[in-house]
Design a protein. Sequence first.
Length: 200
Amino acid sequence: MVAHTHRYLTGLRGLLGDVAAGTRRFDGVLARYLILRRDRVGSSGYVRSWTDDLLWHHMNHSTDMTLGLLGITDASTVDVQVAHTRPDPTSGKPLDITLTMTTEDGRVGTVVGSYTNETPQVCDYYLAGAGRTVFVEMNVVRDRDGVAYEPDEHPEDEEDRVLQNREFFAATRANRPAAISPDTILPAMDVLQRAQDLIS
């Protein structure tokens, strides 16, 4: 099983289901994941022996979700471009990266990541298609009609990490593949490797 937590966010999961069913199509996706992570301190405050990697950790989630929202299951058909700041002198890695994926039919997915954001964390998705836009911020889904999904109004929906862990244990007990297996995230790995090659 792979811990791609964004796939368990109820609001995004509904949009992914619509795309897979063919009832929605997005021509452009802009994803942002902006946090402060300049040193080896994680979100819990624990000091780690290793340095986090913006591209392969946080942008990994956003890239996977962007591909899904564009309905892309084969990343070999996607052109990948990347822009980044100069590497941080401590980690040797860029702390601000913009990744652009363009499909053969002219749709575009852009993922912006930053480890230098000193304001509150930003994790959102702007989706455009067929004259209708959708904005997802911290699992709250909005469109031109207002709030389409609000987690606080659905206490029956479990928190994303709870659902993720529950699926892991259920798959282990049943000796079956988990809902999010390594194969399902290979398109994102393909894109990230090509982005890494461009950065290197």
